[in-house]
Write a protein that binds this ligand. Structure first.
Ligand code: SAM
Length: 226
């Protein structure tokens, strides 16, 4: 449970140098957040594509988060000798955290340019809907952490969950839907390709012949500063 987890009391208390030693002294903090990152497929796919962008996965399961941590360490160790430091996975890291409770402890206001919710747990029964990772309260937190112009990417193989996420995001005043075509024309094609098929869950859906529904939203500028 959460009791055994230690959390920073605010983003100022997170030492990003520990996560990204190759970037220490640059003052950089994560810009991409993969919420419920599972086994880390998205982070690993995006790391070499955006070598100067710091990325953080959040995963609640102990063993899964440890697996990702070890996976990143191994990739760093094996690629640092053969490639330039910028492509050696120095820009990805993971925390074990309950993102539904502690996201604001990690990400300061307007620090993120992308948040990913890839194949989140569906919580099918309606009494469990409050456990879903997209809800009006949590959307306020995501809007706070995302900078204007930043993008929320959601994808799921559960159509009911897709409709749920889309309708909540559409109803929230600080988000505006953005089509896949528009994102691709703005150069986000490689991100979308990774969103569709780089994660372990996305691959499983493919093996089982399931459908995938994508919904993306841009964080808009508020008329008043929020
Ligand atoms: N995004 C990954 C993928 O596409 O392969 C994993 C998808 S998996 C169905 C959902 C993941 O979210 C699980 O690994 C689960 O442990 C994690 N998760 C669920 N609730 C969470 C929470 N509150 N905070 C962080 N991670 C959470």
């Amino acid at each position: 449970s959460d009791h055994s987890l230690e959390y920073p009391c605010s983003p100022q208390n997170v030492d990003w140098n520990e996560h990204y030693p190759a970037f220490s002294g640059t003052g950089k903090s994560p810009e991409f957040a993969d919420i419920g990152c599972g086994f880390g497929g998205l982070l690993i796919a995006l790391a070499p594509l955006y070598p100067d962008t710091l990325m953080l996965g959040m995963e609640i399961r102990v063993q899964v988060s440890e697996y990702v941590r070890d996976r990143i360490a191994a990739l760093r160790a094996t690629s640092s000798s053969s490639q330039s430091p910028s492509s050696s996975f120095q820009n990805v890291s993971i925390v074990r955290a309950n993102a539904m409770k502690f996201l604001p402890n990690y990400f300061p206001k307007h620090s993120l340019s992308a948040i990913f919710f890839l194949f989140p747990d569906p919580h099918f029964k309606s009494r469990k809907h409050k456990a879903r990772i997209i809800s009006p309260t949590l959307l306020a937190e995501y809007a706070y952490a995302l900078r204007p112009g930043g993008v929320i990417y959601t994808i799921t193989d559960v159509h009911d969950l897709h409709e749920w996420m889309k309708s909540h995001l559409e109803a929230f005043p600080l988000f505006e839907g953005i089509s896949e075509e528009a994102l691709r024309s703005q150069g986000c094609g490689p991100i979308l390709d990774a969103v569709y098929s780089s994660t372990e869950e996305g691959k499983k859906v493919e093996r089982n012949g399931g459908g995938k529904w994508l919904a993306c939203f841009k964080r808009i500028e508020a008329t008043r500063n929020v």
